[in-house]
Design a protein around this ligand. Sequence first.
Ligand code: ATP
Ligand code: MG
Length: 366
Amino acid sequence: MALKCGIVGLPNVGKSTLFNCLSNAKAQSANFPFCTIEPNIGVITVPDDRLIKLEELVKPQRVVPTTVEIVDIAGLVRGASKGEGLGNKFLGNIRETDAIIHVLRCFENENITHVDTTINPVRDKETIDIELQLKDLETVESRIAKVEKQAKTGNDPEAKRMFKVLSMYKEVLIQGKSARTLELDEADAKLGRELQLLTNKPILYICNVDEAAVVKGNAYVEALKEAIKDENAEMLMIAAATEADIAELDDFEERQLFLEDLGLKESGVNKLIKLAYRLLQLETYFTAGVKEVRAWTYKRGFKAPQAAGVIHSDFEKGFIRAEVIKYNDFVALGSEQACKEAGKMAIEGKDYVVQDGDIMHFRFNV
Ligand SMILES: Nc1ncnc2c1ncn2[C@@H]1O[C@H](COP(=O)(O)OP(=O)(O)OP(=O)(O)O)[C@@H](O)[C@H]1O
Ligand SMILES: [Mg+2]
């Protein structure tokens, strides 16, 4: 279940700063291994308070959190869709991701140059949007060229359908809108996803602000909020440079104090990871044994055998049943045994749709 979020934006807006806070935050919890696969790819632990609670109750030998992959992608410039500034390579990097974290500069600082001189996140967002949309238009048009004849002359329902979907995307893109704004029924949307359009990926906007604006925001943030109000997308304010400083502190208490001083309960990057996880439509179930308490990631809507397959493909192939305890019951009663005795352990079959927070035990044979 390795799903990736790509950090995207103009050059010099704070993408790597953000990425570094994410990876630093990791390196500090020694029992949560952080591992860099490539210089700019990080496997980031998903913070989950439930795991801490389960650890207290079960006292396992080890605790294994779940992770998401975050990729720090180089900045895009105007003309990227035509190959400007290694645009093709970077757009290719974006294509490989499952969701986009779009970083927008919402802080002033004369010492840090902006590629377009002035601070204007609404314009910056459009610059990036346009490049992604132009690339998508190119993709759509080349696909249209391939299926058009077949769709119009032959009797190939699949080609006809694809042509219809492609034409709808083309229309939207020509209007300067992103592919994700097009509402399609599930069957068409599935075809649409096959196209792997850049602007069809779910998106989260990060306003990179200065310390003073981290709670209340500023005029840049307000302008951006207004600009994206119809997009049905989430937005988060983070003071990336400040959080990078906080992440340098070794001591957990010290970090908390620093955050409180800023008026925050939780770090922005923590919120970011949780939002990214949701953006990818991921949920978590737990296994809780004395050897190991562990969080597992599955895609929302997975049935019990598919979720079991996340642990091992044999679990899916040989699935017999699942024993399920709700997280709240486990915490209220304190142990698996107590849940069993209180009739709070359900036996579920292959059609059970796993719910976020379920504590699972799979029965299978191979
Ligand atoms: N919120 C902020 N306030 C002030 N300075 C910031 C803030 N966020 C980042 N910076 C500074 O902006 C500069 C650029 O940041 P960074 O290298 O992270 O940008 P980037 O988007 O990764 O750029 P590139 O696209 O070139 O890789 C750095 O000097 C960083 O310290
Ligand atoms: Mg960078």
